[in-house]
Ligand binder design. Structure first.
Ligand code: BGC
Length: 386
């Protein structure tokens, strides 16, 4: 249940966010997406990568003492990276089969692909979940590189090297295959945000394991995005052939992605359309105009993501307005949900989802991670973007 307008001081919400994340890390290193919703009691590569990224920055800027002798945030992020490496390495044979099939131009066997989420101990969830999502492992490579750089992990443990090599070759072989997007929708399409994540993931993999070389592949992906991934009005498109944007296109300008600079005209046009079509005045950001999930409300993590983009642009005023909006949606326990239902695109769908899955996921760890990231960015002020 959301209690609106219960403002928590930024320092309290920051430490509450650290606590929500650390409390919901499992013994194997996975993070529950949301402890309250049964369907979310898994660890996603995507959610976890943003969480680990947040903790990597936070461990440097606001370290919490830990018996391991490093910041508690770094200890936690390291355990998550180990969990991801395990999920990937334990499926090495299946992943290799997918790579070989893709390289031979044969159809994919879904059972041989990586899932978007696993239980902490490694079990897969029910088969009907839209598990085939390529952005997750790609984002893991991006977050791992940041961790390795900031925490000076040298040399890269062999077990991690093995997982990086496998995940990167898998992404390089499958990059053009239609898959579900980061919202677990439209499994028959090719999504530009997924492509952007793969582009970044392959770049990170090269730097993590210098014997890997994806230069040609990355050039091909970038060319694909810039030629086939645009709307008729020259914004990045949600998916190939769609005249729509999606807030997930904020991915394209993330730090270290190396795809589009924050002030690249293409990125700026995309942001302008996101602001026009998806930024609900005073109510955060919707995912896309056809969203019906829980009525297609405004997502807190997307409001924060746009704030993150604004900090990269140096527009801290706009960023602070969105942060303030976020802070007005903290509940009595200091939790932040996935989305809020006071500005829905498709209100008639709301109750159906509540009946099927329960109340909107709250707390959502990924939302708390975005809050930490934006707070760290705001504190850095005019320092170079990291
Ligand atoms: C979202 C995904 C997310 C998952 C777990 C889904 O509803 O669409 O992006 O990874 O929840 O948080």
């Amino acid at each position: 249940m959301l209690t609106e307008n219960l403002f928590l001081a930024p320092e309290s919400l920051h430490s509450r966010s650290q606590q929500v994340i650390l409390d919901n890390q499992q013994s194997g290193g996975g993070y529950l997406a949301c402890p309250m919703m049964p369907d979310y009691q898994f660890s996603w590569f995507r959610d976890g990568s943003f969480i680990a990224y947040a903790l990597t920055l936070d461990g440097r800027d606001a370290p919490i003492p830990h018996p391991a002798g490093i910041a508690a945030q770094w200890d936690s992020a390291g355990k998550f990276h180990q969990w991801c490496a395990r999920m990937i390495n334990e499926r090495a044979e299946a992943v290799e089969r997918s790579i070989e099939r893709a390289n031979r131009g044969e159809p994919l066997v879904i059972a041989d692909t990586l899932n978007a989420r696993y239980r902490d101990e490694g079990a897969a969830g029910p088969a009907e979940w839209p598990e085939f999502q390529l952005d997750g492992p790609a984002l893991w490579l991006w977050a791992l590189e940041k961790y390795v750089e900031v925490c000076r992990v040298k040399p890269l443990p062999l077990y991690w090297q093995q997982a990086v090599d496998l995940a990167a070759r898998y992404l390089a072989a499958l990059w053009r295959t239609p898959c579900y997007d980061c919202w677990e929708e439209r499994g028959g399409d090719v999504h530009i945000s997924t492509m952007a994540a793969i582009y970044a993931g392959l770049g990170a993999a090269e730097r993590l394991v210098p014997t890997l070389n994806f230069e040609t592949k990355r050039a091909e992906i970038k060319d694909f995005i810039l030629t086939q991934g645009l709307t008729p009005t020259s914004e990045l498109a949600k998916s190939v052939g769609l005249d729509m944007v999606d807030a997930n296109l904020l991915l394209a300008a993330l730090p270290d992605f190396g795809l589009l600079a924050v002030d690249d005209p293409l990125m700026k046009r995309t942001i302008a359309r996101i602001e026009r079509d998806l930024l609900a005045d005073g109510h955060g950001v919707h995912r896309h105009t056809e969203d019906t999930y829980y009525g297609g409300g405004a997502w807190i993590l997307l409001g924060l993501w746009l704030a993150w983009y604004y900090t990269q642009q140096g527009d801290t005023n706009k960023a602070r307005m969105l942060v303030h909006w976020t802070e007005s949606h903290v509940d009595a326990q200091g939790n932040l949900p996935e989305q809020v239902n006071n500005a829905m695109f498709a209100p008639s769908f709301y109750q159906g989802w509540v009946a099927q899955r329960g109340e909107i996921a709250n707390p959502l760890l990924w939302t708390h991670a975005k809050y930490i990231i934006v707070q760290n960015r705001l504190k850095q002020g005019s320092l170079p973007v990291v």
